[in-house]
Each structure stands twice: as structure tokens, then as C-alpha cells.
Design a binder for this molecule. Structure first.
Ligand code: ZN
Ligand code: ZN
Length: 398
């Protein structure tokens, strides 16, 4: 049985540096990428559609074969899955974070970046039931966390309670009649949390007490067809970032915890590569994710992104090459350093597999891939291509 590794380098694509005229992929000398480009074929991929600027959440769903128009539950539920929370159909889930409330106004949206251990101690105080609806909170890193509301007749058609600016009052508003109950419950929750946290032991002596929870990105939990049933493949995910593990959990892909996989620039690429090879023994498909290139893009750190690509080339690719699996490398979108934000520009894609066509390309970057044999494809084409390579595609017609 042929197997595949889909390696997504978050924010891979970029634009030319204003002085050198080269992208990070063009600037770094990437010997293993070059070798794989020579032995495989390349192209460019537009995740959603040309010029559409996607978030990482929808772009991953699309690449993994799930149309976000149908299956995107909102960021909240994906973050809750990533925080290892269980969701039931109809639950409303949020991204949540501790903040400081003074005189009814937010004075620090991160509660002085409370440390993870202290935040954890506040968790149980925040779990409560209001008018028959359960509020379940989980702290993740520093001031961040996720919240799940469980009860009858809840709606996600509400505004964030997070005002997104200091000196404003956290209020949740309903966006239609059906959501009035949910918004009211959230506002009650906000004031209950304040009452319980303001004088909490953990907050004693804190200049910026973590005395309120701000909620954003509400989404309603829904059920999706399991990846294994959809594609007849057993699948595993290796990622550091919570969102990516959350997406995998949502699609019922096995999430493998790897020591040293941090989801940032310090991540252990060797540990992730070795884990990918190991899990291939009992899975057909591995979704491998590296986040840091996107983060460097957001910071406008051209050199950081270039160096991260060098590390991927030197530390990770040699391990993947030895796995015996078909390897598909791409990004979920471009994050040009010059823009410090995502963009709709196509991202390079590389297919390297035994017995596949070789297109004569010699490099892997945004410009070289324009001429590649894969051509210009969409995110929705990636899974069908992979299925065909590993001889798992079902015949269309008879
Ligand atoms: Zn992304
Ligand atoms: Zn990003």
C-alpha cells in the first residue's frame, strides 16, 4: 500500500523583497528542496480561489478536502478542539482570553500576559451553570483559552464580548431575535466571572488582575464526515499549534503529541520528522504542519522566514525522503513579509513520489513553480491528486 505525507508550511508563499527582488524561498539556498524539485514536479496552488485571502482555518479545511462553505464551524469550535475539549452538536464554542477589567472598562486585554500556571488555577472557578446552561472553560497558554457553552437553544449569531480595544466595556450583542438568549447569558457570565475572579487568591498582588474572560469567534459545533470514511485512509496529524490539532480532531484525524513540537520558531523539526515516519507504520496518510514561517511573515521578518526555510530544508526534508512515502509539500496561503499579513497569492506545491512524472524543474520557489508540470491548481485539487498518487482514487464513471 502506498502512503503519503502532506507537509503544509504555514504562510509559505511570499513576495519579492523590495531591495533584492527575491522571496525568502529564492533567497535561501535550499539543497533538499532543489533535489526534490528535480526528482518530482512542481506547480502553484490557490487555496480557495484566485485572489481570495484565506485564514489558516478555512485554508486547511479546503486542502484536507472539506469545502469550508459547508464544513467551516467558525474559529471558536476549532480552537476548542485544539484545547482538547469535547464538543457536542449544538454547543457554542469561543476563543477566550483573560483580561483586566477596571471600573467596568477593559484596561489590559491580556491581563498582563498572565502565566499559564496561574491561569490554570482559575479554570475551575470559571466553570459554572447559568439558567441551565453550562459554561466550560479551558486555559491553554498564558492569557489564552477556549470556552464551550452547552445547553438548549443556543446560537452563535452574536457579536464578540471582546471589545478588541482598551477602555471599552465587554458586551455581547445578539445579531437576530433567536440569539437574544445566548447574548444575555454571556453578559451574565461576564459579570459572574468578574465577581468570582476579582478577589481570587491568584489575583492578589497582581497589578493587572485576570478578572474577566473575553469571548470571540463564536461558532456552533457541527458534525463532519470522518476523514477516514471520506477518503478510506487512516490519518494522523503532527503539528505544534493548537488550531491545527483542533482541525485534525474535528475531522477525526489522529493527533500525535510530539515532544518538542511547539508551534513556533523553536519547534523540533527532527522530532516532528521522526514522528511522521513512525506513525506512517500504522497510518496511510500524515498531515504534517510547521507554523513558524507564517509567524515570521506576520512579523515582517524576512530573515527569520528565510532561516526557518533553511532549517526545514536541512533538518526535516532528509527525514521525510527516507520515509518511503509520497511527499506533497505546499503552504496554506502566502504571508508576504512586506505585508505582514496573509495574501491571495498562489503558493508553491511540490509532488515527490516514486514512479510519478518528473517535470524537469530544478528549484522550488514562487517563480520557478510557475512553469511546473502540476500547473496552477486549487486547494480542493490537493486531496484528489494525493489519492491518485497512492492509488486510492475511485473511478469516475464506469
Ligand atoms: Zn496559515
Ligand atoms: Zn497567519
Amino acid at each position: 500500500m502506498k502512503k503519503a505525507i502532506l507537509f503544509i508550511i504555514d504562510g509559505l508563499g511570499d513576495l519579492p523583497h523590495p531591495e533584492t527582488g527575491k522571496t525568502p524561498l529564492q533567497t535561501a539556498r535550499l539543497l533538499n528542496f532543489e533535489r526534490m524539485a528535480k526528482e518530482g514536479s512542481t506547480g502553484l496552488m490557490s487555496t480557495i480561489s484566485n485572489g481570495v485571502v484565506p485564514g489558516s482555518d478555512v485554508s486547511h479545511l479546503q486542502i484536507l478536502g472539506y469545502d469550508p462553505k459547508e464544513f467551516y464551524p467558525g474559529r471558536g469550535p476549532l480552537e476548542a478542539y485544539g484545547a482538547n475539549m469535547e464538543l457536542k452538536k449544538g454547543d457554542v464554542a469561543f476563543r477566550a482570553n483573560f483580561a483586566t477589567l477596571t471600573g467596568g472598562k477593559i484596561t489590559d486585554r491580556r491581563a498582563g500576559r498572565i502565566d499559564s500556571a496561574s491561569a490554570k488555577k482559575l479554570e475551575s472557578t470559571i466553570n459554572m451553570k447559568i439558567d441551565g446552561v453550562q459554561f466550560i472553560f479551558k486555559a491553554t497558554t498564558e492569557h489564552r483559552g477556549a470556552l464551550v457553552m452547552r445547553g438548549k437553544g443556543l446560537s452563535a449569531n452574536i457579536t464578540d464580548s471582546d471589545p478588541h480595544h482598551d477602555n471599552e466595556t465587554p458586551i455581547c450583542k445578539s445579531l437576530d431575535k433567536k440569539s437574544a438568549k445566548t447574548a444575555k447569558l454571556i453578559n451574565k457570565f461576564t459579570s459572574e466571572v468578574y465577581k468570582k475572579l476579582n478577589n481570587h487568591e491568584v489575583n492578589k498582588g497582581r497589578e493587572k488582575p485576570a478578572n474577566v474572560i473575553l469571548l470571540r469567534s463564536a461558532g456552533i459545533a457541527m458534525q463532519v464526515p470522518k476523514f477516514q470514511e471520506q477518503f478510506k485512509l487512516t490519518a494522523a496529524c503532527i503539528a505544534g499549534g493548537a488550531l491545527y490539532k483542533g482541525i485534525a480532531k474535528y475531522l477525526s484525524i489522529d493527533v500525535i503529541e510530539v515532544d518538542g513540537a511547539t508551534g513556533d520558531k523553536n519547534t523540533s523539526l527532527t522530532a516532528k520528522g521522526n514522528a511522521a515516519v513512525t506513525v506512517l507504520k500504522n497510518h496511510d496518510f500524515v498531515f504534517l504542519h510547521v507554523k513558524a514561517c507564517d509567524s515570521f511573515g506576520h512579523d515582517g521578518d524576512f530573515e527569520g522566514k528565510t532561516n526557518m526555510l533553511k532549517r526545514i530544508d536541512a533538518e526535516l526534508l532528509p527525514i521525510l525522503r527516507e520515509s518511503g512515502a509520497a511527499i506533497i509539500i505546499t503552504g496554506d496561503h502566502s504571508t508576504p513579509c512586506i505585508r505582514k499579513a496573509h495574501s491571495g497569492h498562489e503558493v508553491p506545491i511540490l509532488i515527490w513520489a516514486k514512479g510519478e512524472r518528473v517535470d524537469g524543474g530544478t528549484t522550488f520557489d514562487e517563480i520557478a513553480c510557475m512553469k511546473g508540470g502540476i500547473g496552477h491548481i486549487r486547494g480542493k485539487n490537493v486531496m484528489p491528486l494525493i489519492l491518485d498518487i497512492i492509488e486510492k482514487a475511485e473511478k469516475y464513471g464506469s
